[in-house]
Write a protein that binds this ligand. Sequence first.
Ligand SMILES: Nc1ncnc2c1ncn2[C@@H]1O[C@H](COP(=O)(O)OP(=O)(O)OP(=O)(O)O)[C@@H](O)[C@H]1O
Ligand SMILES: [Mg+2]
Length: 370
Amino acid sequence: MSLPMATVTLEAVSKSFGTVPVVHELSCSIAQGELVALLGPSGCGKTTTLLMLAGIYRPSSGVLRFDARMVNDVPPRQRNIGMVFQSYALYPHLTVYENLAFPLRLQHQPRAVIAQKVTAMAALVQLQDLLQRKPAQLSGGQQQRVALGRALIKAPDVLLFDEPLSNLDTELRVQMRTEIKRLQQTLGITAVLVTHDQVEALSMADRILVLRAGRLQQLADPHTLYHQPANTFVARFIGSTPMNFVPVAVSTAPDTFHLVDTSWCFPVPRTVWTPGVQGSEGVAHFTLGIRPEDIPLQLSSGDQLLPATLTLLEPLGREVLLSVTCGPHALKVVVPAPCRLTPGTVVWLDLGHGPHHLFDSETGLAFASR
Ligand SMILES: Nc1ncnc2c1ncn2[C@@H]1O[C@H](COP(=O)(O)OP(=O)(O)OP(=O)(O)O)[C@@H](O)[C@H]1O
Ligand SMILES: [Mg+2]
């Protein structure tokens, strides 16, 4: 089964409701067959952006293209899109077969063609044995597959998902993630997935567009987002436990970081050193980012180790998340389970290990990307 494909391009697309701007000059280009996730906290404009792609909202300004064609004013029906929402919105009185057949009946396709397409789609989404059931007789995952099949059956150019997995339990969600990715790749269809779940975005998307208050923060593949976040917002949002941020100053001794309000110093790591780091005059201040999994922890003091007090232990299965304080600074550190330490214990942190991320302390922008 082959489907048509399209590139999707946003050129400085903005959307306001009344006088309230919600999406600000969003630009990106999604390749044919690519799955891009729109990721960001609640209210950042993800659904609004998706509904502009669907043709339900019209952009206030900017240009939206499917391939070279500008689609700003093209109504939803003429865009050839498939949509899967959080609530699957299946027709409860229709069987699985009829739910799958519905978009084809709207197109007045011949009965024999419909039968053949429904059979093929049922096989693809593994619903062959359930075609005579009604939605209420299906599990959440099966209903989800019906919704997916119904979106795919009319061979859409672009598939749009809005939090399609958030109603499912953890096991089913993991299973459906793989399933959707498999189908999307098999069919080579261009897809946009809206989610506020970074794990979902990281595991499914070719690239992720991180949105904050309607503004693009970074558009990159999962590896780049994790290893080279463009700013502190992305750094905090991506990763199973948020990145630690501490204020540092370049001390009068060259190439040395000083953790503000402590006596701790260490050489500026080569990975973050650029001539600009030293500042032109006086002391330059930065925000140093280190992920909880990148801070080795020792039980005795050592050269350039930072003493800290353990305040809380949170078992996460394979690992334990520790909260520690060091003077005015609070940090999170991940250690392998089991961890026999108790709150109040003094531990020693190797903040010099890294990788380190350096940010402008005022703008939050990654130093390298300034
Ligand atoms: N039709 C509308 N009229 C006025 N304001 C709206 C409308 N739709 C959305 N908004 C506002 O626009 C902002 C973005 O909403 P949107 O639904 O795009 O967020 P979201 O990123 O999808 O959030 P969530 O993760 O909660 O679904 C919100 O502040 C919302 O209140
Ligand atoms: Mg939404």
